[in-house]
Design a binder for this molecule. Structure first.
Ligand code: NDP
Length: 301
């Protein structure tokens, strides 16, 4: 007897709901549609859903209707306040709510408690990508997730469609904390790069000529990331130091005088130089031979 049962029938893709069709939400939506996930969308300004409807999305008339359509509900709105107002009145009982709206760790924790009180499982997400990096695995973009591990495990395949997914723990504030830590580091990096370009403005040095030198130098200095992690773990700030704090503080005078001579404000670099000086003057004998990593311990209030 012949068995005609299909042996490899494809598993149906998880249907999901997405609230928010701004630049990021629209990019997310397109990847799920392209992958074949049934998708229900809602956006405050309904016109933004029209193009997606033509691509196969079901457009809900209200957040409550969109939430009711599927168990997995992804939210990507402007800020935490807009999440609260959009979901106000939606029945979240039994839902799996994934919040990809940027927020603080405290907002992530509060939103998790809010969702739990309404009968939903919750995971918060921090998107480490721009819209053009969504659906483009080669771009290296990904999303931090934290909160319900069970939710993450249940929906991992769907969540990995727009970008890689990195689960960073059950504390719902930790996705935002990782997100903000990386963005804060980027802010300092951008500040330093901005100062460097300001220094050469008006000189016979083309920005495009400084550019590869800056990239190469910042790459070489990337060792600081691992060095800081090791020293903060061991609390050993003095063994094997090559560029000690006393020397760095002395050298910072050159940075500041050059900025002055070039007519450039030192506002982007002076806070870090001030921190190093405070660490040194607090106890020159104890801290002069340290790695600059020791100055990090002065920041915690
Ligand atoms: P946009 O400004 O393009 O879109 C904002 C979205 O929020 C729109 O859908 C808007 O609706 C909606 N919205 C704003 N206020 C309200 C409200 N009170 N009630 C209901 N809906 C509201 O932002 P993005 O799409 O770029 O960003 C969305 C989230 O993704 C943000 O938290 C952002 O920080 C995060 N993100 C964005 C990145 C990026 O590069 N764009 C990178 C990483 C994270 P409407 O269309 O009606 O205005």
């Amino acid at each position: 007897m012949t068995d005609n049962t299909p042996q490899n029938s494809p598993t149906p893709l998880v249907p999901l709901t997405l609230l928010g069709l701004g630049d990021m939400g629209t990019a997310l939506a397109r990847t799920w549609l392209a992958a074949g996930h049934p998708l229900t969308v809602w956006n405050r300004t309904a016109a933004k859903a029209e193009a997606l409807a033509a691509e196969g999305a079901v457009v809900a008339a209200s957040p409550a209707e969109a939430v009711a359509a599927n168990r997995l509900v992804v939210v990507c709105l402007l800020d935490d306040a807009s999440v609260g107002s959009a979901l106000d009145g939606a029945d979240l009982t039994g839902k799996d709510l994934v919040n990809l709206t940027t927020g603080t760790p405290a907002e992530g924790r509060a939103r998790a408690a809010w969702a739990k009180a309404r009968g939903a499982r919750f995971a918060d997400g921090g998107i480490m990508a721009t819209p053009t990096m969504i659906g483009a695995p080669e771009s290296g973009g990904y999303v931090f997730y934290s909160g319900s591990r069970a939710l993450f495990d249940t929906h991992r395949a769907a969540l990995e469609v727009p970008a890689g997914a990195r689960f960073v723990g059950e504390d719902p504030g930790h996705a935002a904390l990782h997100d903000v830590a990386l963005l804060s580091a980027m802010t300092g990096l951008f500040a330093g790069i901005s100062h460097a370009y300001a220094l050469i403005e008006g000189e016979d040095i083309a920005p495009k000529d400084l550019s590869p030198l800056l990239s190469e130098w910042l790459g070489a200095m990337g060792f600081f990331v691992g060095n800081a992690a090791e020293r903060l773990t061991s609390r050993d700030f003095t063994t094997g130091v090559e560029s000690n704090l006393a020397m760095q503080v002395a050298a910072s005078g050159t940075l500041l005088r050059t900025a002055e001579d070039q007519g450039v404000s030192a506002e982007l670099i002076s806070p870090y130089l001030d921190l190093m000086r405070r660490r040194l003057t607090a106890d020159p004998a104890a801290h002069g031979g340290e790695d600059t990593v020791g100055a990090i311990t002065m920041l915690k209030r």
